[in-house]
Design a protein around this ligand. Structure first.
Ligand code: ADP
Ligand code: ZN
Ligand code: ZN
Length: 743
């Protein structure tokens, strides 16, 4: 920054967020000949930046600029007459930039569909043409096509260019008519602000609420109107969706819109179907499976008020609603609400802040709430609503550990479990087998010399895949052929170890030749249509075995499943991650929740383990998730870990290992002060658990503090220091506030 002349400026300057990784705003004069008045925050503006022209966002105006007026450049053009985001969402963008210490221009970019960042008009517009004469008489009769076009326009009034093309009139013909002053065109908005007819819930699929549901709905309503956040803690199958729907129903009846966030929409087409069937109102999906223009179309319709319910994944949290009514987060504990690159936001936390700023209600639902949300309920920040019983009359499934220490296994499954599978299939039911890894086997090794097959660019083993046969890195997706012999000792008898979904699938196909075996993981579900077909097949209910990863645990309703087998529960028991046990309990409870969901057919859940006496496993199996969560909370309290403290991770990545380390070391030395040691705890720099990815070494610095303000203050200084210190070439660093996994 130069020229700090603080001379009073008579004309205000524009403060602009530019799409660059810079944690500050830039000052501009209004475009030549224009006044600052009328430049509202949230409008896009074209400005010169370095040697480029970029599209930025007006963040505000100011009377002063730290830069001398003669050095300020004028902006080039304003792109909007109205802000892209309403005031509450503009505040949310600023809040997120500050909270996550992220460059403001990039936060704007994250919040908006890509075409808007690139200058697409805020509203969907099309050219409409109408006649500028009352009759076609004045045209000579030999101009037959022109006469026909003019008559068409006179008859139809106003016709879009697309409709004219459909009717067979060429652009050239239109130009000829316009040239004679007989037709004129204008731009019209297609997404005019709309209201839907007050929707009627479909009475045939609207069950009477049970007492728990009714009381949850009533308590939520009583706490309103305006901002309130509820934690809906309902066991799997307790009818949380019905509670959401009743609350949504009331908002729609008042003409307000609702936003429903779900973990992964491609996997839950059922959710959208359920809302569409229930409400005679426009429902739209907003997720990463849509391309930029599709997202923009939905975004515009929601912003204009034309969509009653928008169902989306985490990025939908920024979708503006013309008449906001309610936000629902289903499966609020799910880690997919956390963005793992760029602006590392938690859509759940942002949604709560958004509801606060828009002064509306928000419901966080889960059968396995996060410890953070339990804690917030304990502190009275969230209203806790419990649904402790299953709604449809079915009983919760029975969980049982299966000790597999010293048992012969066939592709990971013990004989007793195999017999159980056979029994359930014979009774005409379906079975779900949960395996937490995709591929065939996680390790390929040489038993003679101990060589293991590793990714050249990442510090992980290559996973062996059988369909198609190859080895793949699950971090960089590199593919290699499976070697015939050991590259070190030449031994041709290489062995796989460990278990993936493909191996379990192949084995079950052999064991149960007449039964369809459906594998559900990231490899089998590429392409949404295929996944839909798979699901439809399962929902029809004929005997079948499903083999899958956590994808299967998420919110599905498979009435035919009566047996769930967790092939290996031990990974979670000994996870080095402080959230390992929480995540393992969530997973087991969620998968178990897939069993016995239709009344009449009770469910059974078998958990294979080599540590059947392990305290944690016993707790998960013997107590309710809420009780287990209480136990974990007590542990976290004494360890001063989240939610009793706050974490922030600073990560540096570089091809040069030492450069990454010393970069973080210097930063720590520059910022850490002895007086703060009791409030902010520093760890590192240390190698990340996944030390190398895509040829870059990853080092990290972990900050922890029971006081968020203290942590924020240190973080702000740290970021300023990192911004200023000249990072070595090729070094990238990022900040992760409230990290979920410490990879
Ligand atoms: P959750 O989301 O809590 O796991 P769901 O909302 O999927 O549970 O509900 C489980 C089943 O119970 C569904 O088939 C649903 O239609 C049914 N259900 C929900 N509420 C009721 C009710 N009040 N009466 C009868 N059936 C209900
Ligand atoms: Zn070898
Ligand atoms: Zn790799």
């Amino acid at each position: 920054m130069s020229g700090t002349s603080d001379s009073h400026q008579r004309e205000r300057v524009l403060r602009v967020a530019v799409p660059r990784p810079l944690r500050r705003l830039f000052d501009y004069l209004p475009p030549t000949g224009q006044k600052v008045t009328g430049f509202r925050p949230g409008c896009r503006i074209k400005v010169p930046f370095g040697r480029h022209v970029v599209t930025g966002f007006v963040a505000g105006t100011s009377e002063h600029s730290a830069i001398g007026r003669e050095q300020l450049k004028p902006a080039l053009a304003m792109l909007d007459s109205r802000p892209l985001l309403p005031p509450a969402l503009l505040e949310l963008v600023h809040w997120a930039a500050d909270y996550y210490q992220h460059p403001i221009g990039e936060v704007f970019a994250t919040a908006l569909p890509a075409p808007l960042r690139e200058g697409a008009p805020l509203h969907e517009e099309a050219e409409f043409w109408s006649a500028a004469a009352a009759s076609a008489e004045q045209l000579p009769s030999r101009a037959l096509r022109q006469r026909q076009l003019l008559e068409f326009l006179i008859e139809r009034g106003s016709v879009s260019r697309a409709d004219l093309a459909l009717a067979g009139f060429s652009p050239a013909l239109l130009r000829q008519l316009a040239g004679k002053g007989l037709a004129r065109g204008e731009l019209k908005r297609l997404d005019e602000e709309t209201d839907w007819a007050r929707p009627q819930p479909n009475a045939t699929i609207r069950p009477a609420m049970n007492d728990d549901q009714a009381s949850a709905v009533e308590r939520f309503q009583k706490a309103g109107p305006g901002y309130r956040c509820a934690l809906l803690n309902g066991i799997t199958g307790s009818g949380k969706t019905e509670v959401y729907m009743r609350l949504i129903e009331q908002e729609l009846a008042a003409g307000r819109q609702c936003l429903v966030l779900v973990p992964e929409i491609g996997l839950t087409p059922q959710t959208i179907d359920r809302f569409e069937q229930r409400f005679a109102a426009p429902v739209a999906a907003f997720h990463s499976g849509l391309n930029g223009n599709e997202r923009l179309r939905v975004w515009r319709r929601v912003a204009a008020g034309g969509i009653a319910i928008v169902i989306g994944t985490r990025s939908a949290v920024f979708t503006p609603m013309a008449r906001p009514g309610l936000i629902v987060i289903d499966e609020e504990h799910d880690s997919s609400f956390k963005q793992h690159e760029g602006l590392r936001y938690s859509a759940r936390d942002l949604a709560v802040m958004r509801a606060r700023k828009e002064n509306i209600g928000i419901v966080l639902g889960s059968a396995t709430p996060s410890l953070e949300s339990f804690r917030n309920a304990e502190l009275g920040r969230f209203l806790r609503l419990d649904l402790p019983r299953r709604a449809g009359g079915s009983r919760p499934a029975l969980l049982r550990p299966l000790d597999i220490a010293n048992q012969p296994l066939s592709a990971g499954i013990c004989e007793l479990a195999m017999m159980k599978i056979a029994q359930h299939l014979e009774a005409g039911n379906q079975v779900l087998v949960f395996v937490n890894r995709r591929g065939f086997a996680p390790i390929l090794q040489c038993p003679l010399c101990g060589w293991t097959s590793q990714c050249e660019d990442c510090s992980v083993y290559l996973t062996v895949h059988s369909q198609p046969p190859c080895q793949r890195c699950h971090h960089c997706e590199a593919r290699r052929a499976i070697p015939n012999r050991c590259p070190v000792c030449g031994n041709s008898d290489l062995q796989v170890s460990g278990l993936g979904t493909q191996q379990v699938e192949a084995n079950l196909v052999r064991e149960f030749p007449g039964t369809p075996v459906l594998r559900v993981d990231r490899d089998s579900t590429r392409g949404r249509d295929r996944f839909r077909k798979l699901l439809a097949q399962v929902i029809r209910g004929d005997p079948a075995i499903l083999v899958g990863t956590q994808m299967l645990a998420k919110g599905h309703h498979f009435p035919g499943i009566t047996l769930v087998l967790v092939v290996d529960a031990d990974n979670g028991l000994f996870s080095p991650d402080f959230r390992g046990q929480e995540q393992m309990a969530q997973l087991i409870v969620q998968v178990a929740g897939r069993a016995g969901r239709s009344s009449g057919r009770p469910g059974e859940v078998l958990v294979q383990t080599r540590h059947a006496r392990h305290e944690t496993l016993k707790r998960i199996i013997d107590s309710s998730y809420s009780e287990f969560a209480q136990h974990l909370l007590a542990e976290r309290r004494s360890a001063v870990m989240p939610p009793f403290s706050h974490l922030c991770l600073i990560r540096a990545e570089c091809r040069d290992r030492e450069a990454a380390l010393s970069f973080l070391r210097r930063a720590r030395r520059a910022i850490e002060t002895p007086s703060e040691q009791q409030f902010v705890h520093w760890t590192g720099p240390l190698p990340a658990p996944l030390e190398k990815r895509q040829s870059r070494y990853r080092m990290q610095l972990l900050l922890r503090s029971p006081s968020r303000p203290r942590l924020r203050a240190v973080l702000a200084r740290l970021v300023a220091q990192l911004d200023e210190s000249a990072a070595p070439r090729g070094l990238r660093w990022q900040i992760d506030v409230d990290p979920i996994d410490l990879l």
